[in-house]
Write a protein that binds this ligand. Structure first.
Ligand SMILES: [Mg+2]
Length: 270
């Protein structure tokens, strides 16, 4: 295997908040963890030390591309081994970073395509801020004017209204994804798969390996030559499977480690 591109989602795939760790063994047997993100002076996201070591080796042998729904500012807090990657994708594919700098050309053409094919952001914003949803949609945020995410009350999230919201969004050319306390509404044009395909074509990668856990990762996993997903998250909940997809046996932060060790095996066996 020559030019390999490893495209990986971050949250709940590579890095895990305390509540997403899902450590099931006795505390004394817990894996050693490293802090991958500090927020307002406190540790927020973690990976295992073994995972970080594996990622470091992967980044030295393949083009490692972080691919996240985080905004650029949220992404820049994440500290991964190997320094600033040549390419990274943020904002769910809305932004490509080249050596840490925003690729304005990609951003412009994507905004143009979105305006042509999807309903405007204000239309979806109106759905989220509708007074009938105020009990469970707590706050609505605009992500770089590309898409929206809301903080929701998971405990009272009404399945029927969520389904109605998803259905209406589909009609508008948008998709809905719920991850933890966040509900994302994203135009269909802004997707990780196209951004990864663009980077693969720019870099001449001939093999793409992809990792992810949520519905927003599905296209990227489907489009990859080999894909990995953890045994937790939205894709696990819907039973997403494919012939080129490996599902971990572990959950939580240990699934992140398992996927990276699997990727390393693939690269070594190339
Ligand atoms: Mg994720």
């Amino acid at each position: 295997m020559t030019a390999v591109l490893v495209a990986s989602d971050l949250d709940r795939t590579l890095i895990y908040s305390a509540r997403a760790l899902l450590l099931e063994a006795a505390d004394a047997d817990a894996p050693r963890l490293v802090v991958s993100e500090v927020y307002q002076g406190a540790p927020l996201s973690f990976m295992t030390r073994r995972a970080e070591d594996a990622l470091s080796r992967i980044a030295s042998r393949a083009a490692f591309v972080p691919v996240t729904t985080r905004t650029v500012a949220q992404y820049r807090r994440v500290r991964l081994p190997g320094g600033v990657p040549e390419h990274a994708v943020t904002s769910n594919g809305g932004t490509i970073l080249h050596r840490g700098e925003i690729d304005e050309g990609w951003n412009r053409s994507l905004r143009r395509r979105t305006a042509e094919t999807c309903a405007p952001l204000v239309d979806v914003q109106a759905l989220l801020t509708d007074p009938s949803r105020s009990s469970w949609v707590l706050r609505v945020h605009d992500a770089e004017s590309l898409f929206l995410y809301a903080i929701v009350d998971r405990d009272i999230l009404p399945a029927d209204d969520l389904a109605a919201l998803s259905e209406r969004c589909v009609e508008l050319g948008w998709v809905v994804s719920v991850q933890g306390r966040k509900l994302y509404c994203v135009p269909t044009t802004i997707d990780k798969r196209s951004a990864v395909a663009e980077i693969a074509s720019r870099t001449g990668a001939d093999t793409v390996l992809a990792l992810g856990d949520s519905l927003l990762d599905e296209g990227m996993l489907t489009g990859a030559d080999l894909a990995f997903r953890p045994a937790h998250g939205e894709l696990h909940d819907v039973g997403f499977t494919a012939s080129h997809l490996t599902v971990t046996s572990s959950r939580g932060v240990l699934a992140g480690e398992e996927m990276l060790l699997g990727i390393e095996d693939v690269i070594a066996g190339g």
